[in-house]
Design a protein. Sequence first.
Length: 266
Amino acid sequence: MRRLVPVTDETVVDARGGTTGGDGAWGPAELAAVYAYPESAAGVRPVPWLRANMVSSLDGAAEHDGRSAPLSGPADQRIFHTLRALADAVVIGAETVRHEGYGPARAGTGFEAARAAAGQGVAPVIAVVSAGLDLDFTLPLFAEPLVPTLVVTGAGAPAEGVAAAEKAGVKVVFAGDGASVDPGRVVAVLGGLGFTRLLAEGGPRLLGQMVASDVLDEMCVTFSPTLAAGDAQRIAWGPAVPDPLRFALVSLMEEDGFLFGRYRRA
């Protein structure tokens, strides 16, 4: 496990690699090693592994003025793109698509050979979770993806929404018997399609549902050296759990005051 020592110590682990003040930068291979998905046992079909990645201000805000970008920074973006490059599928909520202006996933520069060796496509599939299917299917995310975008909804989703998605060439998959989406079923359905390395990018409502359903295997959090105040949501918003879920620290890195924590289910 990579450990963070006090930031006044010259040996603090840093997202550029080496020690604080070093000139070297971590390349794709080094970051991929830090955030590698667990390997499955030889001869055993991979089990879906769901990790989430979110950014939080020092005072617990998941966004500022409706978007997460003001809390981010260059190192956070490098890790964001690394996590995407390692994933088979990126799971996001419909509200996040609307507010963050999501576009299609791009091929990760520097990860082409690794993805090919892992049997992955040139870019991860974007899987949009939406109960009401209130989505603009003319957006590039749906109309111009590098790899086809999926929409995950419940069996009771509005028929007109399903028809609009399919007319636009978007594949609709069902994960829930009613109008809502069951987060546990999302993991199983995507795993059944061969997407076993899963990355959830929020938003807070979807992450809150995943926490309540106890389906998260891993949590990656960027702690941004910012204060947002206001009434911004936390990174997970939704029903309370009977007892806090316990996760164990795997790695912690620092760059320019940003902390990058990686936690696995204890």
